[in-house]
Design a protein around this ligand. Sequence first.
Ligand code: PDD
Length: 282
Amino acid sequence: MQVYLNGKFVPESQAMVSIDDRGFLFADGVYEVIHVYRQKLFEWDLHLARLGRSLAAIQLPAVDGSELSRVAQQLIGELGPEQSEASLYIEVTRGTHRRSHGFPPPGSTPPTVLMWVRPVNPIPEETVDHGISMITVPDDRWAQVWIKTIGLLPNVLAKEKAHQKGAFDAIFVRDGMVTEATSANIFMAKDGVLYTAPATNYILPGITRHVVLELAQARNITVNLTPFSVDQLVMADEAFLTGTLTEVLPIASIDGYPLKSPSGPLARQLLQDLHERAGLQP
Ligand code: PDD
């Protein structure tokens, strides 16, 4: 498949970035991942707005949204008709310059812009039915995780720790309170109230989180954006992850303790609502 790199569409095998790219050297860049359902980008405007905030936060120039949209459509056009789901990846780094911590001199390098679309497999129904297992890990990430930077080593290590313990993913815990998972936000429900961590600098404000909050409100479900502890989470009626590729994914156990419901009714309802919003269901 073709990818887009710095203004050109090139075969994936020929898409190369320099050893001096600041993304490679310093993780000096930001990214977005967008779900493509039946050739349509899910919540494009929200992703573009968040990309704009991430770029501004690390002092990179804004990107031209209509140009990105044009490129995205061209990449999506390469998907076969049998590919009902895909992901669009966008990465912008501070460009290429001989290694030095300070920013390159103004005008010395354009940002590196990479975009690709790749097919994704829909989450199997059995996974939703059985729920996933999670472990908890200390949230030792920096304090600006609201910026969607490509500096994801703590997330990578936490995910790997989960895999090594036979779990699906890890939940970050900061000062005793649950923040989020390695690439998804986390919700719990107790006595009909839905809880998720507030959108502070300690979580990535997920687009799926935002959509799920809207879907819950449309169903008159009370939502409480208050931090909760691991103990509260384990005592919940149900819990689930939300994310671009995770969608709404029920949690069955945490650190080996089974939750009351491995695949709760609220999660299933909200997943159905999300699919409807994505144009997958009537
Ligand atoms: N990750 N929290 C973290 C740390 C994330 O990396 C992500 C998304 C989310 C959910 O955000 P959204 O609903 O906008 O996808 C929360 C993407 C999918 C990734 O890194 O692949």
